[in-house]
Design a protein around this ligand. Structure first.
Ligand SMILES: Nc1ncnc2c1ncn2[C@@H]1O[C@H](COP(=O)(O)OP(=O)(O)OP(=O)(O)O)[C@@H](O)[C@H]1O
Ligand SMILES: [Mg+2]
Length: 368
């Protein structure tokens, strides 16, 4: 799919702008703090209805204003779609072709984006919670049902934690209620594990090739760690219920659920060495970029339409060979929007074919 045009009103440091994109490479050049990240963020928000990681919707509204609007026009494989999001101080409204959509899960899988930005690196360095959030968004973009299961899971998880608190105080609480919750909890956990495992397996089908195309080195793998390591045909649900049973006194002591997808983690390894422990900055950056390119491949295969690739300041910490390898790779069939502070980072031949904008203090000017 391609985004043909975006309109922003009162979004971050933008007043009122309209921007057209070409179908291949679009380059946004600007000094620090001019609005490059904000612009890519707006495209991401248009797709997933919220910003990266832990940024609240309210921050997206330009200072001293009451609302923000993002409007985008998409050209997809079979049709053209317009998307609208309005944020005001209390809520957001999303629309597809002018019609309001009540359930966000019906909206989120319409536009597919893959983004690389400063958070992408953080995700693989900081707490596992960030990685779980990240993969939840990725999987939701290609599976409508995943988000629904995840919401149900979070509800049961909350109920279970609350009940553990009650049980901790009142030893006579009704244990059969906990058993009902455990059963629901196990059913939903198994479904989440299956989606996550499948997603990571699918990504690994492309990941190493993508890493090779950037670094000329083989051996990158994305690893998935969960509390239950099942072998093939194991009955995962019963394994989980058993483990929950064995850990009951510990859970009661901590008053929270200690086993399940809420404890999952993900890490990169390069030739079996854990990059979170041993990776250099550049290695982690190249791994995350390889993951993004693998996601593009996977999404394209599953959705049968390519996602939009957003690359925010990818060049820092990468040597010239890797920069050129990435640029060579980008020149293919995926619409890409890339930001940089320095146009010299981008090879002249590639620049000539691209759509270039300069950005200064939230205003756009034709570039080149
Ligand atoms: N809600 C908001 N209202 C108004 N201005 C905002 C809002 N949120 C952020 N800004 C401002 O937008 C400006 C541009 O930020 P942005 O992160 O897009 O810069 P950038 O071009 O990506 O810079 P860098 O090269 O340093 O990454 C900053 O000066 C920031 O203070
Ligand atoms: Mg930025």
């Amino acid at each position: 799919m391609r985004i043909k045009k975006i309109k922003l009103k009162n979004y971050r440091n933008y007043n009122d702008i309209e921007l057209n994109f070409n179908d291949n490479l679009n380059i946004i050049i600007g000094d620090n703090a001019q609005g490059k990240t904000n612009l890519l963020e707006s495209i991401y928000v248009l797709a997933v209805t919220k910003s990266f990681l832990s940024i609240s919707d309210k921050n997206l509204i330009k200072f001293n204003n009451k609302f923000a609007i993002i409007k985008g026009f998409l050209e997809c494989k079979n049709n053209n779609i317009s998307l609208d999001i309005l944020f005001n101080e209390s809520r957001k409204i999303v629309k597809i072709n002018g019609k309001e959509i009540k359930k966000l899960s019906d909206y989120i899988s319409v536009m597919n984006v893959v983004i690389f930005n400063a958070d992408s690196i953080r995700i693989f360095k900081e707490s596992p919670n960030l990685r779980r959030k990240y993969f939840n968004i990725q999987i939701s973009q290609i599976n409508r049902s995943y988000l629904k299961i995840l919401n149900d899971y979070n509800i049961v998880l909350r109920q279970r934690n609350e009940f553990l608190k009650i049980m901790n105080i009142n030893k006579d609480s009704d244990i059969s209620y906990l058993e009902v919750l455990n059963n629901k909890y196990a059913d939903l956990s198994v479904q989440i594990w299956k989606y996550r495992k499948k997603y990571i397996d699918d990504i690994n089908n492309y990941l190493d090739d993508m890493f090779y195309s950037i670094t000329n080195i083989n051996g990158l793998k994305l690893n998935y760690v969960s509390n239950i390591t099942a072998n093939g045909n194991d009955d995962i649900k019963n394994l989980l219920l058993e483990k929950i049973k064995n850990n009951f006194s510990k859970e009661l002591q901590y008053k929270m659920t200690l086993i399940g997808p809420n404890r999952d983690d993900f890490y990169f390894s390069l030739n079996n060495k854990n990059l979170s422990l041993f990776g250099s900055q550049g290695q982690i950056r190249s791994s995350v970029l390889a993951l993004k390119l693998a996601e593009v491949k996977l999404f394209t295969n599953i959705v049968e339409d390519s996602p939009i690739l957003l690359l925010d300041d990818i060049f820092s910490e990468l040597d010239i060979n890797k920069r050129n390898n990435i640029l060579k790779y980008l020149n293919k069939n995926v619409q890409t929007i890339i930001t940089t502070t320095d146009i010299e980072n981008i090879n002249e031949n590639i620049r000539k074919k691209a759509n270039v904008y300069k950005i200064k203090d939230g205003k756009l000017f034709p570039g080149k």
